[in-house]
Design a protein around this ligand. Structure first.
Ligand code: NPW
Ligand code: K
Length: 508
């Protein structure tokens, strides 16, 4: 399955190119699309006695006319409700002509109890909020709790952003064509799509290769080639060394969660760098993880000078303040010297992010230096607003657009967390995660994620791929653990989700 996600504009290019190159012309593609929809209706709802097909004036409606015809030919009672008429000479007009049913105006639509609805009002061409007859149809169908099969997208959901314009259908199944679109994975779109089926309608993969941009669904094939594999003759430092900064005596747990996660992600050695007054409490809870006192910038400089640690986590439980800023900037400034010893990255999480709320520019400039270790920022929505207030306020940008703009501005890999986590690199590559689990919304879960990222970067995994892999592994562990999950469970669950990556080329 393809991992590229096509924006509606890219998909329109694909349609044009596919029509030019063949083997199918526009109406050919539409017949294939409509048939795919009809097949899903028949397969999913074999007992349906009545299907109500709602068609719009564009090509989405065209798919609906095809589906209506095929469903009627298969013996089901079909009623057709149209909003507007297809433009003369368009593919949709041909599809409407080939359809033996007479459409009633959508204004007269009544939801029939027990009917299955095919929503072919608007798809990739959604250009304004749903209103009038279409919004009324959404209300009636929702009230009657009818099962909806959406064509391409539930009408009202933006294929670009996953946002709802006005109101939108909640589908049981959505049938899209050739590739998924960002709006299928970003919330609330993902939730409104129900089960998502990608139908092959005869667009050649060479066409999709030509138009595909740099947006991906986050799945193992995206990063498995660079996932660390320990060599047979390896030793612990060759498997990378991650350094995790602990907060004071009452806030040490977060760093230990990160440290355990870095170790479980495969880092050969992990050290917790602790303030002197928290050494005792850290020591009491650490076994395979090493511990070292780092109280001030001079002790940090000594650690950096040794060049052993190749990836750092700063922020979990660390405290918001000057010390967090100084430490982060010192690590980013040490890149050149560290690079020789193999230092690769700094994962700035939680308090480490908030510490820069009044001076984000200092951080961004430090990360922009060519020799700086890679910076990975892991904001949830609140932290994102603190660090990127202007980008966060741009209502016209999707979550993906915001993450991308932030990555460019900060010269950092951004993990914009949430149920639809987006990972963005400064070079424009962006991935949307789709295996998230609600169980992950629990205290300490983010500390674990930061640790996994650092554990992978410590093993020389490139930072964007490390971030993507970490988000996927974290979510996969969360899904497998399920209800009752607490953050302490996550590091221990990692071996179970990592192992299949080594065993099967098709895992995930
Ligand atoms: N050959 C191909 O290209 C293939 C395409 N395929 C299918 O085509 C679909 C894309 O088709 P499309 O580009 O025609 O856009 P579509 O979603 O039908 O909407 C455009 C029309 O709706 C109107 N409109 C929009 N929003 C509205 C609102 N809220 N309220 C009221 N009106 C609104 C809009 O009006 P306008 O913006 O012009 O004012 C325009 O008239 C795609 O999703 C897939 O299903 C497949 O068959 C495979 C082959
Ligand atoms: K639709």
């Amino acid at each position: 399955m393809r991992l590229e996600l096509l924006t509606p504009a890219e998909m329109a290019d694909a349609d044009r190119l596919a029509i030019a190159e063949g083997p199918f012309d526009g109406i050919g593609l539409m017949r294939n699309a409509g048939r795919a929809v009809a097949d899903v209706v028949l397969e999913r709802f074999p007992a349906a006695a009545h299907v109500q097909v709602l068609v719009g004036p564009g090509n989405n409606g065209g798919d609906g006319y095809v589906a209506a015809r095929i469903l009627q030919e298969s013996g089901i009672a079909v009623s057709l409700w149209a909003s507007g008429t297809p433009r003369e000479g368009s593919d949709a007009a041909i599809a409407a002509e080939e359809c033996p049913l007479t459409a009633s105006p959508l204004a007269e639509f009544e939801a029939a109890a027990g009917a299955v609805v095919v929503d072919a009002l608007y798809g990739a061409g959604l250009s304004k909020p749903l209103s009038g007859d279409a919004a009324r149809a959404v209300t009636l169908i929702t009230e009657k709790k009818l099962k909806v099969v959406a064509v391409d997208l539930p009408s009202g959901v933006s294929g670009e952003s996953g946002k709802v314009l006005g109101s939108a259908f909640r589908a049981a199944v959505t049938v899209t064509f050739a590739c998924k679109k960002p709006g299928h994975l970003l919330l609330p779109g993902r939730d409104l799509c129900g089960d998502l089926i990608v139908a092959d309608i005869g667009i050649r993969s060479s066409v999709l290769d030509t138009v595909a941009g740099r947006i991906f669904e986050n799945k193992p094939p995206l990063w498995r080639d660079v996932f660390p594999k320990p060599a047979v003759d390896t030793h612990k430092y060759r498997r990378g060394h991650a350094g995790i900064f602990s907060g004071g005596p009452t806030t040490t747990g977060a760093a230990r969660l990160s440290a355990l996660a870095a170790a479980r992600a495969g880092a050969g050695a992990v050290t917790v760098f602790s303030p002197g007054n928290a050494l005792a409490v850290n020591a009491m809870h650490l076994t395979s993880i090493m511990l070292r006192k780092v109280d001030d910038i001079a002790e940090l400089a000594a650690v950096l000078g040794e060049g052993r640690s190749s990836a750092f986590v700063l922020g979990p439980g660390f405290g918001v303040g000057e010390k967090a800023r100084d430490f982060a900037l010192a690590i980013l400034a040490a890149g050149g010297r560290l690079a020789e010893a193999g230092a690769e990255g700094l994962v700035l999480d939680a308090d480490g992010i908030t510490a820069f709320r009044d001076a984000p520019q200092w951080l961004f400039e430090a990360a922009a230096r060519a020799e700086a270790p890679a910076l990975v920022l892991t904001p949830h929505e609140g932290e994102f607003v603190r660090l990127f207030p202007e980008i966060a306020g741009k209502e016209d940008l999707s979550k993906l657009g915001k993450a991308r703009a932030a990555a460019e501005a900060a010269h950092a890999v951004i993990i914009y967390k949430g149920a639809d986590t987006v990972i963005a690199a400064p070079d424009g590559r962006t991935a949307i995660n789709s295996n998230g689990a609600p169980w992950l919304a629990t205290a300490g879960s983010g500390d674990v994620l930061a640790g996994i990222v650092a554990g992978l970067i410590a093993q020389r995994m490139p930072p964007f791929e490390a971030a993507c892999a970490a988000v996927w592994l974290h979510a996969e562990a969360g899904s497998q653990l399920g209800p009752g999950l607490i953050a302490e469970d996550l590091p221990a669950a990692l071996p179970r989700v990592i192992k299949p990556l080594y065993l099967s080329p098709d895992a995930g």
